[in-house]
Design a protein around this ligand. Structure first.
Ligand code: GDP
Ligand code: IMO
Ligand code: MG
Length: 416
C-alpha cells in the first residue's frame, strides 16, 4: 500500500500536473482533495498539451481511477466541459468518481467572487471562479449544494429554488438575477451525465488502501496560498498543505506514506501578495519569457523571482515533506549566475505579513551553465554546475531530490 501526496511548495504552478501525470503510471488511483477549477495543471504528452482544472492529472492513463474528493469545490459546468474536451481528443473517462459530500460551485458564487474583488481596496487577484464564496457557503452551512443533491433532480431543483428565493435581495444588490427555470434546466441536464459517478469516495479510498493499492493525491495551488499558513489575505480559500488530504479525501493520517514537494527551480506568483525574492526587472522578464510564465487558468503574466530557501524550509515543516522534485531546471540554462535566497535579514520566515514586508532576502550566488539540458535522461549527464545547484538545494533543505524535470513533456524527466 502507498498513499503519496504531491504538494506545491511555493505559490502554485510548480509543475504539479506534469509530475502527477508521470507518477500516475505506477498508481491505481489519482485523487484531488482541495481547491477547485482555480487550479490549472498542464500535461504535455507527445505533441499534445492538456490543461486540466478539475479532473485529476492521472486521467490520461485511462486504466486508472480518478477521484474528485470531498474537499474540492466543483463547478459541474467546468467538469462537463473538461470531460467533453478530453473525449473529443479520444480519451475515455471510464473510471471517475466524485465525492457526494463535495460542494458545488454555482453561478452566484462566481458573481459574488467578482463583486467582492471589485469592492476590495487591496485586490487579492482571485481567479474569479467562485472558489472563495463556495467555501464560504460550505462553512456557512445554509444555501449550499452538495454533489449528493445532483443524484436527485427534485432535490436539486428544490435547493436551487430555495437559495435563489432566500437570497434574492442580496443577489439583486450585486446586480445579479437568476432565472430559476434556466438554472434548474441547465444543472439537471449536467446531473444526468455525472450522477453515476457520485458516491462516498472515502469508502472507496480506504478500501483501496486496505487492498494494497497505490494512491496518489494531487495537491492544487501552493503552500503559501494556504488559507491558514499562506500570505493571508492573499491566499486561496482552502488548506493546500498535505494535512488537508485527511479531511479532503476522508483518510486517516496513518495511511500516508510519502509527501513529495514540487519545487520550481525559481519562484513565480500569479495574483497579488508579498513575494520577497521577486525580480521586477530584466531577470524576472527573462524567467517569464523563457519559462512561458503565464497563468494556465487566467492567462495572466506570472511574477517571477529567485528560489527562496527560507520559504521552502518553512514549507518542509508545514507539509512534513519526505522528498522534493525540482521542475523547470532547463529554464535556468544560459544564466551566468543563479541567485538563491538562503536567509532573511530579519531571521526565519515570519508568519505575520507586516514582518514579512520588513524582511529582505539575503542571496548566495551559484555559477550557471550554458548547456541545453532538455534531452538529458540521466542525472549523471547533467552539467556539473546544474548538479551543484541541485545538491545545494537538497543539502540546505536536508531533503532528497526524487525527480528533476527538464522540460514540459512526460519524457523530459530525470528519475534519481
Ligand atoms: P501546476 O499548476 O503546478 O500543475 O503547474 P502549471 O501547469 O500551471 O505550470 C507549469 C508550466 O510549466 C506548464 O506549462 C508545464 O507544461 C510547464 N513545465 C512543467 N515542468 C517543466 C519543466 O521541467 N520545464 C519546462 N520548460 N516546463 C515545464
Ligand atoms: P495551481 O493548482 C497559482 C491564486 C490566485 C489568487 C489567489 C486566490 O494551478 O497551482 P482564488 O481564485 O483561489 O480565490 O484566488 O490564489 N491561485 C493560484 N495561483 N496557481 C494556482 O493553482 C492558483 N489557484 C489560485 O491567482 O492570487
Ligand atoms: Mg497551475
Amino acid at each position: 500500500m502507498s498513499a503519496k501526496i504531491i504538494i506545491g511548495t511555493q505559490f502554485g504552478d510548480e509543475g504539479k500536473g506534469k509530475i502527477v501525470d508521470c507518477l500516475a503510471e505506477d498508481s491505481d488511483i489519482i485523487a484531488r482533495f482541495q481547491g477547485g477549477n482555480n487550479a490549472g495543471h498542464t500535461l504535455v504528452v507527445g505533441d499534445e498539451t492538456f490543461k486540466l482544472h478539475l479532473i485529476p492529472s492521472g486521467v490520461l492513463h485511462e486504466d486508472k481511477t480518478v477521484i474528485i474528493g470531498n474537499g474540492v469545490v466543483i463547478d459541474v459546468k467546468v467538469l462537463d466541459e473538461e470531460i467533453k474536451s478530453l473525449e473529443k481528443r479520444g480519451y475515455k473517462i471510464r473510471n471517475m468518481k466524485i465525492a457526494g459530500n463535495a460542494h458545488a460551485i454555482m453561478p452566484w458564487h462566481k458573481d459574488i467572487d467578482n463583486h467582492e474583488e471589485k469592492l476590495r481596496s487591496k485586490k487579492i487577484g482571485t481567479t474569479g471562479r467562485g472558489i472563495g464564496p463556495a467555501y464560504m457557503f460550505k462553512a456557512g452551512r445554509t444555501n449550499a449544494i452538495r454533489m449528493y443533491d445532483f443524484k436527485d433532480d427534485k432535490r436539486l431543483a428544490k435547493k436551487i429554488t430555495e437559495i435563489i428565493e432566500q437570497n434574492k435581495d442580496y443577489f439583486r444588490r450585486i446586480n445579479c438575477t437568476y432565472t430559476e427555470a434556466d438554472i434548474i434546466r441547465e444543472y439537471t441536464a449536467i446531473a444526468k451525465k455525472i450522477k453515476s459517478c457520485i458516491c462516498d469516495t472515502s469508502i472507496l479510498l480506504n478500501k483501496a488502501l486496505d487492498d494494497n493499492k497505490e494512491v496518489l493525491f494531487e495537491g492544487a495551488q501552493g503552500t503559501f496560498l494556504d488559507i491558514d499558513h499562506g500570505t493571508f489575505p492573499f491566499v486561496t480559500s482552502s488548506n493546500t498543505v498535505s494535512g488537508a488530504v485527511c479531511a479532503g479525501a476522508g483518510i486517516g493520517p496513518n495511511r500516508i506514506t510519502e509527501i513529495i514537494g514540487i519545487v520550481k527551480a525559481y519562484t513565480t506568483r500569479v495574483g497579488e501578495g508579498p513575494f520577497p525574492t521577486e525580480q521586477d526587472n530584466k531577470t524576472g522578464e527573462r524567467l517569464r519569457k523563457q519559462g512561458h510564465e503565464f497563468g494556465t487558468t487566467t492567462g495572466r503574466p506570472r511574477r517571477c523571482g529567485w528560489l527562496d530557501l527560507v520559504m521552502l524550509n518553512y514549507t518542509k515543516n508545514l507539509n512534513g515533506l519526505t522528498s522534493i522534485v525540482i521542475t523547470k531546471l532547463d529554464i535556468l540554462s544560459g544564466l551566468d549566475k543563479i541567485k538563491v535566497c538562503t536567509s532573511y535579514t530579519t531571521g526565519e520566515y515570519p508568519g505575520d505579513l507586516e514582518d514579512l514586508k520588513k524582511a529582505s532576502p539575503v542571496y548566495e550566488e551559484l555559477p550557471g551553465w550554458t548547456e541545453d539540458i532538455t534531452e538529458i535522461k540521466d542525472y549523471k549527464e547533467l552539467p556539473k554546475n546544474a548538479k551543484d545547484y541541485l545538491k545545494f538545494i537538497s543539502e540546505k533543505l536536508s531533503l532528497p531530490i526524487k525527480i528533476v524535470s527538464v522540460g514540459p513533456k512526460r519524457t523530459q524527466t530525470i528519475i534519481i
